[in-house]
Design a protein. Structure first.
Length: 317
């Protein structure tokens, strides 16, 4: 498979990355800083434009990186046209409408700039475009204005291609990773919006929330960058894998699943005796459809029970 037209020869890892982009309509590139994430995205998107597969690219990035993006685009694809949507609301709106009229290839805007001309974006954007979220951890959690506005645009236009770039996908709460994966595929974790809302309402740094406490200890206080990087990878794996598993080899719920089930429950009512489970220590997640009868060990097939009630439960559905 060829890499595609480019002015600067790619490294081998960039060739592999480019090949993966050609197979998927959405992709999360979480390479380390300085490994050339933006190059393969720029090359791929511009080649896709020239093929007529998409109309243009909307790049959302921190304000300090907009001119870096413009320079990178001109360096790797000098024939590409770019515009930075910056200034007052009127100035940004005029630049945006002009860019659409002139079929500009790359439209660059900062995260907070989305709110400035949101009405124009919501009215005139197109589904047949590529959305790039650079430093995607800047979206933060589901309560932020950034997430709410970007998710409204995604919900309406369902952009045909979506790419996220970040060398540090989780910088504060591990839960922030889910707002980023929402833009890869909003159905990847089922009703992810509802899950995120419920979890963020309930989640706290409690004594039982060992994953979050350990995350803060390692990533904030550790002087060892390599150790911090490895631990971030471990947290991502623990948070994401349980929600993607469709078949089960293990019967027990993981600690991550257990915490999600607890925080997602509104009344913490035992599904067996009907009484409130007062403390996390007294709670045990239970399979709605018994594991022995083919029930999956997933969040969707889980219910809250008292630990003692769970021990007495039979395999009745």
């Amino acid at each position: 498979m060829s890499y595609g037209d480019t002015c600067i020869a790619p490294f081998s890892h960039q060739v592999k990355g480019y090949e993966l982009l050609e197979k998927e309509n959405s992709f999360f590139i979480a390479w380390e800083q300085g490994t050339g994430k933006s190059k393969i995205i720029i090359d791929y998107c511009y080649n896709t434009i020239t093929k007529g597969e998409i109309k243009y690219v909307l790049v959302v990035a921190p304000l300090s990186l907009l001119y870096n993006w413009k320079n990178e685009i001109l360096k790797h694809q000098p024939r590409a046209t770019t515009v930075i949507l910056y200034g007052s609301k009127i100035e940004r709106a005029e630049l945006f409408i002009s860019a659409l009229r002139n079929r500009t290839n790359f439209l660059l805007i900062n995260y907070d700039g989305i709110s400035v001309i949101f009405d124009y974006l919501y009215k005139y954007l197109n589904s047949n475009i590529a959305l790039i979220l650079d430093e995607s951890h800047s979206i933060k959690n589901i309560r932020t204005r950034r997430f709410k506005l970007l998710s409204k645009l995604y919900d309406k236009f369902l952009f045909s291609k979506r790419f996220l770039l970040s060398g540090t996908p989780i910088t504060q709460s591990p839960l922030d990773i889910f707002t980023q994966f929402y833009f890869i595929d909003k159905n990847i974790f089922g009703e992810i919006k509802k899950v995120l809302i419920d979890v963020h309402k309930e989640a706290r740094l409690e004594s039982n929330n060992s994953i979050m406490i350990k995350y803060y200890e390692v990533t904030v206080n550790s002087p060892d960058a390599e150790l911090s990087r490895r631990f971030r990878h471990k947290v991502l794996k623990e948070l994401i894998e349980p929600l993607l598993i469709k078949t089960d080899k293990k019967r027990s719920f993981t600690e991550t699943q257990k915490q999600f089930i607890w925080h997602m429950s509104k009344d913490k009512r035992c599904a067996i005796c009907g009484k409130i489970v007062e403390r996390y220590e007294d709670y045990e997640p239970d399979h709605i459809i018994p594991w022995s009868k083919g029930g999956l060990t997933t969040i969707e097939n889980a219910q809250i029970t008292h630990r003692d009630c769970n021990k007495r439960k039979s395999n009745k559905v």
